[in-house]
Design a protein around this ligand. Sequence first.
Ligand SMILES: Cc1ncc(COP(=O)(O)O)c(C=O)c1O
Length: 452
Amino acid sequence: MGVDRTRLGSVLQSEQERFAREHPGSRARFEEARGSLLGGVPMTWMAKWAGGHPLFAARAGGAWIEDVDGHRYVDFALGDTGAMAGHSPPPVVDAVARRLGELGGATVMLPTEDAAWVGGELARRFGMALWSFALTATDANRWALRLCRAVTRRPYVLVFSHCYHGTVDETFVTLDGGGRPRSRAGNVGPAVDPTVTTRVCEFNDLEAVERLLADEQVACVLTEPALTNIGIVLPEEGFLDGVRAACERTGTLLICDETHTLSAGPGGCTAAWGLQPDLVTIGKAIAGGLPIGAYGVSAEVAARIDGLEDADLVDVGGVGGTLAGNALSLAAARATLSEVLTADAFAGMTALCDRFVAGVRGALADHDVPWSIVQLGARAELAFAPDPPRDGGASAALHDTELEDALHLFLLNRGVLITPFHNMALMSPATTEADVDRHNDVFADLLGALLR
Ligand SMILES: Cc1ncc(COP(=O)(O)O)c(C=O)c1O
């Protein structure tokens, strides 16, 4: 990757020292929280910050966050997409205040008018006829998988190696070095070996997809239109069409998980690329940061669900959650979709991401560093290789903990946050050109520091 390791080690060490010096408040709160929280954080993944402990947030708004030590950051992590609409967008604040305060009732276990409006808007954007709600994208995926198995009466799911669709048991499977399926490294307490429930191959390997679907035992393919959780891996020309055709030939359902690929536009990649899935799953951003998930089904799948005589869909049959579809989430979703994550907003976010990517490419060229950056609408991801990887395995092989830690900390110490899980930056409607330029200047400085 063209960077001297000794130089990298000393950059990382000085950034770690600076982080420790400048964040005593976060450090103290983290130490205190270790007395009552697993790993010292409210959710164990929040421990994943390059400085050894997370920043503690004091306030946030638009595209910025302020920590308890008084530092202000431009936020390109945006809650790993949960805050893609920006932090506390005013229409969402108003809708939530009205629902919770003036009208009253966050969870009344009765439908409100907002739900059908949101279903209609998602149908308009993604082309799926009918929608149902969850509280997370994980649950949307879990319930979509159950429905696919129920209507096809087939046992298997097909996913791509190094995919991530939330903590969904069936998806925790990867290919090992020899191309054999295996439980994903680190899989915590699986109920069954996921190779029993799931077939797996590499993204962009159409021949493997066709082979794994051929015996007509797979209920559905669950995929993002582009992988986004192992860096961004874009589909090659013809791959998604080929997957669609293979599904058609074999009676397999196709689920597009648009939770992250919503960055491609108001209807995600499904609309931007004219895809024709049978189901769409989504979550995170569509309620402006409040918990929500959703799955949409085609009219044909809806009819098949209707015809399921032996499936308990209204009580304890395995699809549903008490707070799913609650009035507060749906009020927030209506405000987000009608006033914040609009088509105009996506145009602006994508233009900002173009600027971000151009700045990064310019800095890489100026410093003669052989890395690449991949863009998917409002989202961009740096890869430590001259050509972007074409599948999850190749992308995983580029992972470089020391380099990522140095990148994240160097940016953080200069007021810029990118997602702690990889090298992703996302634009929100509140992000500005000045925010993007701030990142690009600091990024160029980092390259200078690494190569000095
Ligand atoms: C593509 C995709 N689907 C689903 C999920 C799960 O979302 P959540 O953790 O909000 O349930 C994620 C989370 O990162 C995701 O990236």
